[in-house]
Design a protein around this ligand. Structure first.
Ligand SMILES: C[S@@+](CC[C@H](N)C(=O)[O-])C[C@H]1O[C@@H](n2cnc3c(N)ncnc32)[C@H](O)[C@@H]1O
Length: 122
């Protein structure tokens, strides 16, 4: 099984993780990918996340409600958008509003082999 870095190659990568909670997934990824990758984690609340000084230098956490428009600075910039265990936040059993907002984050400027990707892990 390939590591995430092997899958995405050596490209400097902008990677976003939503509904981040304790930032566990993003911290695991930070150990796998190049330090040139920028990792951004988002959640409606950062209360349970590690404080900034404990994070790797290339990792940043932000507050964002996934039912609102993404902040301008984060639109169409990410190579990979990751979601996991977001079902608790889905309203009326309809994930489409959330997926539509997450798609706005994906970069449109990538060239193969790195395509913008919306990833959901288990
Ligand atoms: C079950 S946790 C999943 C944590 C993480 N994705 C993981 O896999 O470990 C659900 C997360 O969704 C966040 N959340 C709930 N509603 C949200 C919203 N409207 N916008 C952004 N995050 C939200 C919660 O704060 C919580 O961190």
């Amino acid at each position: 099984m390939q590591t995430l870095q092997q899958e995405i190659g050596e490209f400097p990568t902008l990677l976003y993780s939503t509904a981040n909670l304790l930032s566990i997934w993003l911290l695991d990824v930070a150990r796998e990918v190049s330090e040139a990758a920028r990792l951004d984690g988002f959640d409606i609340s950062l209360d349970q996340c590690p404080p900034s000084p404990w994070l790797p230098a290339n990792m940043h956490l932000h507050t964002w409600n996934i039912f609102e428009e993404p902040p301008e600075e984060f639109r169409e910039v990410f190579d990979i958008v990751h979601i996991r265990l977001i079902t608790v936040a889905i309203k009326d059993n309809d994930p489409r509003p959330v997926l539509a907002n997450l798609r706005k984050l994906l970069s449109k400027s990538n060239t193969p082999p790195l395509q913008s990707t919306l990833v959901q892990s288990n």
